[in-house]
Design a protein around this ligand. Structure first.
Ligand code: SF4
Length: 179
């Protein structure tokens, strides 16, 4: 039986703030991006790069039937027998962001089933896989990320940020007004 001392508190946070995998991805990339996402500010549909990405995702990376029926958790594939949750990524970039997103799914499934799940990031361009275990260090990092998300959810003002390399590819770039 899987146990994590923060399970109940983490579940409550996730439910109360309606957090899901993308929140944990965004907070690893940029606090302003996470803040906008938390406050439902989203210009992605106006941004050509995202539109192309969405079409590619729909046509190439369709979610496996194994995930149908899951509420609030949307990984790309689940291996129910071996308790492995998979998230597909086009490339190996943004490693920590992909790790946190997939780890979030594994933790939520572990809490729900009380059995330990593994998280696997599947890199589509190289066909390589990266396994993320539910180690104390990873769990602490996920907890810390949730704490940051709660702070941002309660924060009225847009967080100050500096321009980072990711900005050029960010769907919010044209509207962000980063410093
Ligand atoms: S454009 Fe840059 S600073 Fe603004 S939300 Fe995106 S990543 Fe963050």
């Amino acid at each position: 039986m899987w146990k994590w001392t923060q399970s109940a508190a983490f579940s409550n946070r996730v439910e109360h703030y309606q957090l899901h995998g993308l929140h944990f991805q965004h907070i690893m990339l940029c606090p302003r991006r996470a803040w906008m996402y938390l406050h439902n500010i989203n210009f992605a549909q106006w941004y050509e790069r995202v539109n192309v990405g969405l079409v590619k995702h729909e046509s190439s990376y369709q979610r496996d039937h194994s995930v149908v029926g899951l509420i609030g958790i949307s990984p790309d594939r689940l291996d129910w027998n071996n308790r492995i949750v998979y998230e597909n990524k086009g490339s190996s970039g943004a490693r920590r962001a992909a790790t946190m997103q997939t780890l979030f799914y594994a933790v939520m499934l572990s809490i729900a089933t009380q059995e330990e799940w593994q998280a696997v990031v599947h890199i589509l361009s190289t066909h390589k896989e990266r396994t993320i275990e539910l180690t104390p260090k990873n769990l602490q990092e996920l907890w810390d990320a949730s704490t940051q998300l709660v702070t941002l959810a309660k924060q009225h003002d847009v967080p100050d940020v500096k321009r980072i390399p990711l900005c050029d590819k960010c769907a919010l770039c044209q509207f962000c007004g980063h410093d």
